[in-house]
Write a new protein. Structure first.
Length: 170
């Protein structure tokens, strides 16, 4: 009885391993492993932190999330920054500036303080509409996980490098 139980166990194990490795299956059922069709856009930690600045208005190329607060409208330029509009007349918003902040995709505002995710960091700043300037008041490093490729891959980068975007491979 013990030998029969061992033989039966080996037979079942053989069937399970056969299905795991796909022996005897035709090529139509074979699934290729997914490869990453994107390459990471990376910058150094210093470049990431030094790149935050207020610029003149820019054209919207790839818009993301929109945030409206009082007389301001912020439109995300995906992984590049935020377009700032005077929204006092919603029928005719007026471009007033662009906050360059590489790797940014979202913001929130509380008590006139702007909180922006910049790749892996949370940046706190204030915006002055009068002279289109910003003041960074705080930066919490490595609050967010690294940006993944659109296919879900993580880049293998040096410790001091930050992924701010992904571009398709040619």
């Amino acid at each position: 009885m013990k030998k029969l139980l061992i033989l039966l166990s080996l037979f079942i194990l053989t069937l399970l391993l056969n299905s795991c490795w796909g022996f005897g299956q035709d090529d139509d059922n074979f699934v290729e492993p997914i490869s990453n069709n994107y390459t990471a856009v990376v910058i150094s930690r210093t470049e990431l932190e030094d790149a935050v600045e207020a610029l003149p208005p820019q054209d919207v190329i790839q818009s993301g999330k929109i945030y409206i607060k009082d007389n301001f409208m912020f439109i995300n330029e995906v992984n590049k920054g935020f377009h700032v509009y005077n929204y006092s007349n919603p029928q005719d918003p007026v471009k007033i500036g662009f906050i360059q902040i590489p790797g940014a995709t979202d913001l929130a505002i509380r008590n006139n303080i702007i909180y922006i995710n910049q790749a892996v960091d949370l940046v706190t700043l204030s915006y002055n509409q009068t002279n289109n300037s910003i003041t960074v008041s705080n930066r919490n490093r490595n609050v967010f996980p690294p940006k993944l490729s659109p296919q879900g891959f993580e880049a293998n980068v040096n410790e001091n490098m930050i992924v701010i975007d992904w571009t398709p491979l040619n």
